[in-house]
Design a protein. Structure first.
Length: 402
């Protein structure tokens, strides 16, 4: 929403000025009159283009976690909602989030509920966040809900970092292998080729292959990079398509090593999200809808939506999840026990804790396994190129020795 700079008179005739967030200039005048200020002059504040770019930057999850936790503490202490938002906006170090909080405060002051105000900022507060806040407002347990939300976001972010950490090492080593190979082929091999041509000796097969590869790479390096960029672009376009995303996500889940890790991450996230929503009083069908949207994998999302449809027809939660073959039998059986005992949220949180540990173990095993594999691959590529170039030199040495 726009920011307005205003000047006005109080009921005592004192001139005041300041800034405020409002939907339009009419709402700005209305908000001023509510606090007994007669507006004299109001104009919209224009932001510099650089400032707009800055405020569009993604707000880190850590900043949202701190905001949510502090908000919960203030609500629990009995502070009014608007005062909480004022304090949080004033002390927020992230300028983008501070602006969002200010806008939320303005909306709350104009009569909207907190959940409705947060829904205007979907890039910062997703549907799960706003639905839980709505449930908290309706049940009078907003502080409890906010506390649960901060814990949930923190745990989900830790899960993401674990997966990213597992992928960093192979990505770095692969990049180094490609760069080293390209440097050798483009700059080093031509020097050896010139030296061998001056000698005029017949070259071994591996050496001829490497020289031919060097010539090909040197002549077509631009087209190779263009082709790689085109491939990435086409894959991204394909992934944006509904069918394409299902195919790729299904392929990723079937991979021997990464697939197992991704499946465990999906189960942990599903259990954590669903458990948090159920324990906060969100209706099952609505919770399933939000959980499906936040799954992060189209195959898992489809399985949850299918389960949701079955639940709407009167079936249990565990039965359709078991039929999907996406969730392990242990998970569906524990959910079934939770349903029967009336402690579904507790059981879901136990599953999430278990799979968090499973992800830790899988990441450690993957890292330990990938280190020697990547080193062997890197050593094999570079070593193969070096040996291929030194074969003629060895043969020359043998000829001189004879």
């Amino acid at each position: 929403m726009p920011i307005y700079i205003w000047e006005g008179k109080t009921h005592l005739g004192e001139m005041k000025k300041g800034e405020m967030v409002a939907e339009n200039i009419t709402m700005a005048r209305f908000q001023l009159r509510k606090v007994n200020v007669q507006p004299v002059r109001i104009r919209e504040k224009k932001e510099a283009s650089g400032s707009r770019t800055f405020f569009r930057r993604k707000i880190p999850a850590k900043a949202v976690v701190v905001f949510t936790r502090l908000f919960a503490t203030m609500i629990n202490a009995g502070l009014p909602l608007v005062q909480c938002l004022n304090i949080l906006a004033a002390q927020e170090e992230n300028a983008a989030l501070a602006k969002v909080i200010t806008q939320v405060r303005g909306d709350v002051e104009s009569g909207l509920s907190l959940a409705e105000s947060l829904k205007k900022h979907p890039k910062v507060f997703d549907s799960l966040y706003t639905n839980l806040v709505e449930a908290g407002e309706a049940g009078g347990i907003l502080d409890v809900i906010l506390s649960r939300l901060s814990n949930y976001i923190e745990k989900v972010e830790k899960l993401k970092k674990k997966v990213k950490g597992a992928l960093v090492y192979p990505a770095v080593v692969s990049s180094v292998a490609i760069i080293v190979t390209m440097v050798i082929l483009i700059f080093v091999i031509p020097i050896f080729e010139k030296m061998f041509s001056e000698v005029g000796q017949a070259l071994p097969g591996p050496t001829r292959f490497v020289i031919a590869l060097s010539r090909f790479v040197s002549k077509n390096i631009f087209y190779m990079f263009l082709g790689a960029g085109g491939f990435v672009f086409l894959m991204r376009r394909f992934y944006r398509n509904e069918k394409g995303r299902i195919i790729i996500d299904d392929f990723l889940l079937r991979l021997p090593i990464f697939g197992i890790l991704l499946r465990k991450v999906a189960v942990a996230k599903f259990s954590r999200t669903f458990g948090t929503m159920v324990s906060s009083g969100v209706p099952i069908l609505e919770a399933m809808d939000i959980v499906a949207k936040s799954a992060g994998n189209k195959v898992v999302e489809k399985a949850i939506y299918n389960a949701r449809g079955s639940i709407a027809q009167g079936k249990s939660i565990s039965e359709p999840l078991a039929e999907s073959k996406v969730f392990p039998p242990m998970v569906t059986q524990m959910i079934g026990v939770g349903e029967a005992s009336g402690e579904l949220d507790t059981m879901l949180n136990k599953i999430a804790d278990f799979y968090d540990e499973e992800v830790d173990t899988a990441v450690s095993a993957l890292t330990s396994m990938m280190e020697p594999i990547m080193m062997v691959i890197l050593g094999g590529i570079v070593g193969g190129l070096v040996v291929a170039m030194y074969l003629p030199i060895f043969k020359m040495g043998e000829a001189i020795g004879v």
